[in-house]
Design a protein around this ligand. Structure first.
Ligand code: URA
Length: 241
């Protein structure tokens, strides 16, 4: 991962601030003055202004059942609630008297998308799940209208053009017929901007409600909306696979 991104994820400052620190020679990687554009991992010894950066210690892994109406960023310049606000509130309630760990979200869910969101302070873990080359499956449950035909399903599965680029093959299954809508499960291996909504829109369908229900074979289980739980090492291994 790029050094400036890594430092920002460790809470050193914004990426621009981290660039300034690197450019002014205040960052050392493995004893050498760092340069912009350097790639680092958790195994590197990183020192900023004489302080060792400690994202490598005490790695933590949580899953949040994200509610609608919050942004998946660390801060929002429009003052909207963030998933970090939700995490901190849930943590104080659920893990009383423990210091709240500093985490960042793994990937993104839209403001109005709910469901499974991972939070960690482990940059390598996040990278291994989100890197486009890894093609990790993500499953969403969407309430869609008007109803899909069999041909629509085939079209979506083969890939549709969104933002001028064809989507990779995916898996689509109608799980329930409602009055004039359907509940559809869609599993995609990419993480493009508003991908699920745009895919349906490309064939003239609309998403009423969107929830992420799985990443690979990792599921929310019975975690209530707005609640967090720690991910066990065994579950983490499942995610790595
Ligand atoms: N696809 C979307 O359209 N939105 C999300 O939040 C995630 C995937």
């Amino acid at each position: 991962m790029r050094l400036n991104k890594y430092l920002a994820l460790c809470g050193v400052g914004s990426r621009r601030r981290c660039d300034e620190l690197i450019e002014s020679g205040q960052v050392f990687v493995n004893g050498q003055v760092a340069t912009l554009g350097l790639d680092v991992s958790d195994n590197d010894d990183i020192v900023v202004n004489g302080n060792k950066i400690s994202a490598t210690n005490d790695k933590v892994y949580y899953v949040l059942n994200k509610p609608k109406g919050c942004v998946t960023t660390l801060k929002d310049d429009r003052g909207r609630q963030t998933v970090i606000d939700i995490f901190n509130q849930a943590y104080s309630k659920q893990f009383k008297n423990k210091n709240i760990p500093k985490v960042f979200p793994v990937g993104r869910l839209d403001y109005n998308t709910q469901g499974l969101l991972l939070l960690t302070n482990d940059g390598d873990f996040a990278n291994s799940l989100m890197h486009p080359n890894k093609k990790v499956n993500k499953t969403y449950r969407a309430v869609v209208y008007p109803k899909l035909s069999t041909q629509d399903i085939v079209t979506l599965q083969n890939g549709v053009i969104i933002d001028n680029i064809k989507t990779l093959p995916c898996f689509v299954k109608v799980t329930k017929d409602l009055n004039n809508k359907q509940i559809v499960e869609i599993t995609i291996s990419q993480g493009r901007n508003r991908q699920v909504r745009k895919m349906f829109e490309s064939i003239g369908k609309f998403v009423d409600d969107l929830e992420r229900v799985a990443i690979g074979s990792f599921v929310l289980k019975d975690l209530a909306r707005g609640q967090i739980r720690e991910i066990s090492p065994k579950e983490r291994e499942l995610l790595y696979r």
